[in-house]
Design a protein around this ligand. Structure first.
Ligand code: TYD
Ligand code: MG
Length: 450
């Protein structure tokens, strides 16, 4: 058994199996098995090569506070990573084309280089001249970054090692290929193999690697999804490219918490961290207009305030329209049905449009109450109080349910000037804000009509 052998691990489900096959025995996925050496050093020793490598150590003998991190000073970026870049880690930065991935990485590189941490920025997408043009726009001094226009993995690793780069930024993994595999850059095999080799390079030689990965609207097969299992950290850069705000979200993080977000603004001089992210999406809100309600949702550990707008107008011919932006249209259908049946508000001949401002997407049910408040307000054409916040999940029986982390949400809302909150009568909390406790949506409708 101690012979140097290998197993095959599925990059999708993580299961291992002793024999190679076209598909994974555990999850049935095709072409996901990657060979992994078991007891590689043992095997090497038997073949008379190499050293036995590190010996096992007890966890308690490992200092727990020695995780070094390199801070970039780009606060929102450091925050999302959990305090900075961890040496030897591999981070994937995914996002649609044009969202600002290259800009972000170039700013990171410039800041690290200014802090004396040698970086190599490798681009297979832009020539060094184009990179220079981008760099000139940035508020950071990017002049010291080492850039390389290269797509061959072997050359990239060679130059990174020769330069002694402590952070390697690779833009993008889809344009990188290894000569050892056939197939064009960007195909699944190439993308996986390159990422796996960079991972090995990072673990063995110690530099941190940041990879750019493109995702298409359809979620292309060679996209970062297949890489998520390989790398340590996965960040997604999102936002509407037509709006200024960009959100950087950690969806996987071996060295920090997931679901944290950082908020940036795209300016003429690159990305700037937003100083007051909680209220960033409320900018431009006009109060005193019907069909608008504000809620507080949690992004990781941070509360964020967002405005939900609804417009109900008399439908023309045929089936009334239901259009939702930033909200799942099925969720909207459920909420409309509940409002009609339990709140006595008929929508049968009304077109309904719901919009979450700032390009935010609602994922939590805690925002239900605000959606309903906006709808009720629009139907009655009566604005809700401008200083009111709505937080609560709505059940099919029309009951309003408490949500998690309500005190944190209210504390932030209070800081932003909100003075009253509509929430579930079953919420347990102590707050300085005036509380309007509601049992069900019938009460909500009455309160907003009063
Ligand atoms: P880019 O980083 O090239 O996006 P990605 O690498 O994700 O494809 O950024 C694209 C957009 O950002 C582009 O439309 C130009 C804009 N931009 C600015 O608004 N300000 C700037 O300082 C820079 C460098 C880019
Ligand atoms: Mg780019």
């Amino acid at each position: 058994m101690s012979k140097g052998r290998s197993v095959f691990r599925c990059t999708d489900c993580g299961a291992e199996q002793p024999k190679w096959a076209g598909k994974c025995d555990a999850c049935g996925a095709w072409n996901t098995l990657v060979e992994e050496a078991v007891g590689r050093n043992v095997g090497k020793m038997e073949r008379g090569k190499g050293s036995p490598g590190p010996s096992p150590v007890q966890l308690s003998n490992i200092p727990s506070d020695n995780m070094q991190r390199w801070k970039t000073g780009l606060e929102e970026f450091d925050f999302v990573l959990g305090g900075g870049i961890v040496p030897g880690s591999v981070t994937l930065v995914g996002g649609e084309p044009g969202i600002g991935k290259s800009t972000l990485l170039m700013q990171v590189a410039a800041r690290l280089e200014s802090a004396g941490i040698r970086t190599l920025y490798v681009s297979g997408e832009e020539s060094p001249e184009q990179l220079r043009l981008r760099a000139d726009r940035l508020s950071e001094n990017a002049g010291n970054i080492h850039v390389l226009g290269e797509t061959r993995l072997e050359a990239i690793v060679h130059h990174a090692a020769a330069l002694g780069a402590r952070v390697v930024l690779l833009d993008s993994i889809q344009t990188t290929y290894t000569e050892e595999l056939e197939g064009a850059p960007g195909n699944v095999g190439q993308v996986r193999e390159c990422a796996a080799r960079l991972m090995r390079f990072a673990k063995e030689a110690g530099p941190a690697v940041l990879l750019v990965g493109h995702v298409t609207k359809g979620g292309g097969i060679a996209g970062p999804k297949t890489l998520e299992h390989i790398v340590d950290t996965v960040l997604y850069f999102e936002g509407e490219s037509t709006l200024d705000h960009r959100i950087l979200r950690a969806v996987k993080n071996r060295f920090g918490s997931v679901d944290e977000i950082g908020v940036f603004q795209m300016t003429a001089a690159g990305l700037e961290p937003v100083a007051n992210p909680a209220a960033a999406f409320l900018a431009g809100r006009t109060t005193g207009v019907s069909g608008s309600a504000v809620t507080a949702l949690m992004e990781g550990t941070r509360p964020m305030l967002v405005e939900i707008q609804a417009l109900a107008s008399k439908a023309g011919f045929g089936t009334p329209q239901r259009v939702a932006t930033g909200l799942d249209h099925r969720r909207l259908a459920v909420l409309l049905a509940v409002l009609e049946r339990r709140g006595g508000l008929p929508f049968g001949n009304l077109d309904v449009f719901v919009n979450v401002t700032g390009g935010v997407r609602l994922a939590e049910p805690s925002t239900d109450l605000a959606v309903l408040a906006a709808l009720v307000s629009s139907v009655h054409d009566r604005p809700v109080p401008g200083d009111a916040l709505f937080v609560g999940e709505v059940g099919l029986g029309g009951e309003i349910r408490p949500v998690a982390g309500v005190e944190r949400r209210l504390a932030e809302a209070s800081r932003q000037g909100f003075r009253r909150v509509f929430l579930s009568a079953r919420s347990k909390l102590s707050t300085t804000i005036e509380v309007v406790a509601l049992e069900n949506i019938g009460e909500l409708a009455r309160r907003l009509a009063a």
